[in-house]
Design a protein around this ligand. Structure first.
Ligand code: CA
Ligand code: CA
Length: 241
């Protein structure tokens, strides 16, 4: 007997230990597999969440570019009356604005952002078009807008509009977020309508839109051109009054 290491003697004295050691190895493998599965799932969930955060940040940057491009368009385009005007929405998915007459009013006050006309990205980070709505008086290329015109769009904190986020807004741009519900898609059609009332408000083709903190029922990213900022830009560039 090895008095310095009695455990060695005991294990050697039980030959069946080899068989039970094999069974234990299989159990160990199962445990390891479960642990690995848990580790992978714990890595995958934050990774997809990180991807969504990155996509949202990318979309927010694209929307900021769109807002600047809209003001740049107004500063560089003169209507027949020499006043500035904003581009019309694209209604047929070719990225070019649509007017019922050229020059003239828009075919529709709501559609896709005219990404070709503005030279911008054709989609948000979730591969859907940006929705764009503009006030009629701000987008007519015969009679441009002046200091006397007022935007007709209202940005609300929810669909009931108990709180207003912004009023008298001339133009708004919406990304329908990661769920893409109700968005104009890349096939020229629209995605299925959203379930939540607040997201639905951003797809129902009227002058009221919702911008609020994202949660399980709302992931739209909304940006708008405030009338004060647009008018100020037109004055500093000498386009108004
Ligand atoms: Ca078009
Ligand atoms: Ca609405």
């Amino acid at each position: 007997m090895d008095y310095q290491n009695p455990y060695r003697i005991e294990s050697a004295a039980v030959p069946r230990g080899l068989t039970s050691a094999r069974g234990f190895t299989l159990t160990e493998m199962a445990v390891v597999l479960v642990i690995v599965a848990l580790l992978i799932s714990s890595l995958v969930i934050p990774f997809s969440a990180q991807q969504d955060i990155r996509a949202r940040q990318e979309t927010e940057r694209a929307l900021t570019d769109i807002r600047e491009a809209l003001m740049g368009y107004a500063a560089s385009h003169a209507a027949n009356d020499l006043k500035p005007y904003l581009p019309c929405p694209d209604t047929d998915d070719d990225g070019v604005e649509n007017r019922s007459a050229t020059p003239g009013p828009c075919t529709s006050q709501e559609g896709r952002i005219p990404w070709v006309t503005l030279g911008l990205a054709r989609s948000d980070a979730w591969n859907n078009r940006f929705r764009y709505r503009v006030t009629a008086a701000f987008s007519n290329s015969v009679t441009g807008f002046t200091l006397a015109n007022t935007g007709t769009l209202t940005i609300c904190a929810d669909s009931a509009c108990l709180a207003t986020v912004a009023s008298n807004v001339p133009a708004v741009v919406v990304s329908h977020g990661s769920n893409g519900a109700g968005a104009f898609n890349m096939s020229g059609g629209s995605n299925p309508a959203p379930a939540g009332a607040d997201e639905l408000e951003n797809t129902d083709n009227d002058d009221t839109l919702v911008s609020r903190t994202p949660d399980a029922n709302f992931d739209d990213v909304v940006i708008w051109v405030p009338q004060s900022v647009l008018v100020n830009r037109m004055i500093t560039t000498g386009k108004l009054p």
